[in-house]
Design a protein around this ligand. Structure first.
Ligand code: FPP
Length: 253
């Protein structure tokens, strides 16, 4: 069977998943790293390291089961307020991840894309994101978008500024703007909206993530902390999603 790679625990949960009707796009808020570390008497940075490893596991698994798009919230515009050593650790983990990705993404056929204001990132990190973008152009596998220095409100303001600039040069007219047209100005241009938004870590809020794109996403919250969010947990979230009745403001057929 096509999913023979599933282990027995996953198979139990997988029995509840319809693999022919998977969400096309899953978005995840990577939350709970700090608490995961605290529970183990470790520094918060150890939680981010475990969280980063788990991202690799879940991204690969999404590709295996046939998810087309995965978008994760790795670092928000507000996360700069964290202690300097924590910010440096997260940037270091991103660098490590990107360096490894450059070597493996072609083999794994996983595309990477970055959303957020990358101009504030260390030059070295930006150069690595450019390299990943260039490799991704040659691939067609699961598109993983990593949001770094990302804020949903900032994204909308940035899009509005760019639209206004196009108006000033005369390529577009304000009255011609449509919702679909506006989407082309967002970091997520060309990517369908998330069908399923997962937030591990027990909080039930959006925290300035994909404000525009999540207008009709199904939300799934769990107390499981991100480093513990396993493949089985992902399947559980997908199964819950498949029991939702998505009406997009209409009525049940
Ligand atoms: C939130 O948990 C997590 C972050 C702000 C950082 C996430 C970053 C990584 C996992 C590292 C690199 C990422 C990739 C994609 C390679 P928290 O610290 O707020 O947890 P807490 O609520 O338990 O304190």
């Amino acid at each position: 069977m096509a999913f023979s790679f599933l282990r027995s625990k996953q198979k139990d949960v997988a029995g509840q998943v319809d693999f022919n009707h998977l969400p096309r796009h899953i978005a995840i808020i990577l939350d709970g790293n700090g608490r995961w570390a605290k529970k183990r008497g470790l520094p918060r940075t150890a939680g981010h390291s475990a969280g980063s490893e788990n991202f690799r596991t879940i991204a690969t698994y999404c590709r295996d089961i046939g998810i087309d798009y995965l978008t994760v919230y790795a670092f928000s515009t507000e996360n700069w307020k964290r202690p300097k050593d924590e910010v440096e650790t997260i940037m270091g983990l991103l660098k490590k991840y990107l360096l490894e990705a450059i070597d493996t993404m072609e083999r794994d056929n996983v595309r990477l894309r970055f959303m957020g204001d990358l101009s504030a990132l260390p030059e070295e990190l930006r150069a690595l994101t450019d390299q990943c973008n260039a490799i991704s152009e040659r691939l067609d596998g699961c598109l993983c978008s990593i949001c770094i220095n990302y804020g949903g409100r900032a994204e909308i303001v940035h899009a509005a500024q760019n639209f206004a600039k196009d108006c000033l040069v005369g390529t577009v007219k304000p009255e011609d703007l449509t919702e679909d047209g506006f989407e082309n100005y967002l970091y997520s241009a060309g990517i369908p909206s998330p069908d399923l938004l997962i937030r591990p870590g027990g909080e039930q809020r959006l925290s300035n993530f994909l404000l525009w794109q999540c207008a009709y996403s199904e939300f799934y919250y769990t107390d499981v902390l991100w480093p513990d969010f396993s493949k089985e947990e992902l399947l559980r979230a997908i199964s819950a999603y498949q029991h939702r009745d998505r009406r997009f403001g209409g009525v049940k057929k």
